[in-house]
Write a protein that binds this ligand. Structure first.
Ligand SMILES: *Cc1c(COP(=O)(O)O)cnc(C)c1O
Length: 430
């Protein structure tokens, strides 16, 4: 490899701080790649002053890039006004953000929002609501001779790291160390309607409870950005309808404009046009401020959360919801959902035609994409790009995720593709 190219290899400041990190922080996240200092728009700088073009956005979080002036102003002003009050009180940004989310989701009359602080918390809320719902199904109430209602989740699905969300997260290496988790979550093969039908057909046999809900991502993000077949998604909706089960769509990664619509379920080519019963959201919603939540579609479902049945001290506070409201406002005013669609197309076309045999293909929608690599070298590929000033993500052993901020411009896409297209074929396997 040509050393002249390695313009942003790790510097002494990052190395020093990382050695201190290793002495104080748990090893849950492994060794950090760099220590970052500040960002502006599409770019971020490390403590050595190296500049990076960001095609990860803090894992599909920084919708507006770094330090967007409207976001900084709104959050700063809100911090100087009132930051936290608990859910004994409400705040205007909280109410406005809930109204805005119901609007962009096209949620029917009676629908309601619940706010949490992360994607996992959004999914916890959805799973708790599904549990309450399951008790209303025939044979689904253990207190009255029934069996616990089940939640079906998909192979390769990811829903978060808290105990509930983890129960529905497929990957054995991250789930198994914590067994036993929630018992009534059952995994089915992704894309196999017969297997899902069979899971529904177990209801009432050998004391098996009904299915309260099916939980799924329309693009399985952590599995390597794998879109579901819309015909399968429609089939799942039909099975849910026939069996009175909830369809819970985890839009934590796909939501808030990322896939070229406000929500992935609004894309025919992902959902087949179905309407979900619950969606969860988080990552991109507040432009980098920790926030998540769920929307229950329709009044009967939403009313299952009566006072006292769920809650969180921080959730939906004025600071987080101001960040969320401003993020949605800028996305709308600046046409960033359409930009996600256009720049995503540009990115996929440019990668597909760049002629580098390492980059076999690219899949995704909008600005949630992954490059299929010819061999399992994604960590080497990520590091190679990082050393040349481009942040990407080794999402699977043989796949590199590209999820830039929604503000990404045409020139940024060209610059990223120009770096990626030069990646050498002989990168070592991880
Ligand atoms: C990231 C993610 C989560 C978990 O979100 P956290 O904020 O990390 O708790 C859940 N579901 C999906 C689809 C995600 O991509």
């Amino acid at each position: 490899m040509n050393n002249d190219e390695e313009i942003t290899a790790i510097g002494p400041e990052s190395e020093q701080w990382i050695s201190q990190y290793e002495n104080v922080y748990t090893h849950a996240f492994g060794t950090p790649l760099r220590v970052m200092d500040h960002g502006k728009g599409m770019r971020v700088w490390d403590v050595d002053g190296n500049e990076y073009l960001d095609f990860l956005a803090g894992i599909a979080v920084n919708s507006l890039g770094y330090a967007h002036p409207k976001w900084v102003k709104a959050v700063s002003e809100q911090a100087g006004k009132i930051a936290h009050i608990s859910n004994y009180f409400a705040s205007v940004p909280q109410i406005k953000l809930a109204e805005k989310l119901l609007e962009i989701a096209g949620a029917p009359e009676g629908s309601r929002v619940y706010f949490g602080n992360s994607g996992a918390e959004g999914n916890e809320a959805a799973m708790k609501m599904a549990k309450l719902y399951g008790k209303t199904l025939p044979g689904g109430d253990p207190d009255h001779g029934g069996a616990p209602a089940r939640i079906l989740a998909l192979a390769k699905g990811f829903h978060g790291r808290t105990m509930g969300a983890l129960s529905a997260t497929w990957k054995l290496s991250i789930r198994e160390p914590y067994n036993p988790l929630i018992p009534a979550v059952q995994f089915v093969e992704t894309g196999d309607l017969d297997e899902m039908q069979a899971a529904f057909d177990q209801t009432g046999k050998n004391g098996v409870g009904p299915v309260a809900g099916v939980m799924l991502e329309l693009i399985q993000g952590e599995a390597g950005v794998r879109p579901l077949d819309p015909a399968y998604v429609k089939g799942v909706r039909e099975l849910c309808n026939q069996n009175h089960a909830l369809m819970i769509i985890d839009e934590v990664q796909t939501g808030i404009g990322r896939t070229g619509k406000w929500f992935a379920f609004q894309r025919e080519d992902l959902s087949g046009g179905i309407i979900p019963d619950i969606i969860t959201f988080a990552k991109g919603v507040a432009g980098g401020f920790p926030m998540g939540g769920m929307i229950a579609f329709g009044g009967p479902l939403a009313s299952l959360f009566s006072p006292g049945l769920h809650g969180s001290t921080f959730a939906g506070g004025p600071l987080a919801t101001t960040a969320g409201l401003t993020t949605l406002q800028v996305i709308e005013d600046d046409g960033l959902v359409a930009n996600a669609e256009a720049r995503g197309r540009q990115l996929r076309e440019a990668i597909a035609s760049c002629g580098n045999p390492l980059l076999v293909s690219i899949r995704g929608r909008g600005l949630l994409n992954a490059i299929q690599l010819s061999h399992p070298c994604s960590h080497a590929a990520m590091n190679w790009a990082l050393d040349r000033g481009l942040i990407t993500n080794a999402v699977a052993p043989d796949a590199l995720r590209l999820a830039p901020p929604l503000i990404v411009g045409s020139d940024d896409v060209n610059q990223a593709v120009s770096i990626l297209s030069k990646m050498p074929f002989d990168l070592p396997d991880d």
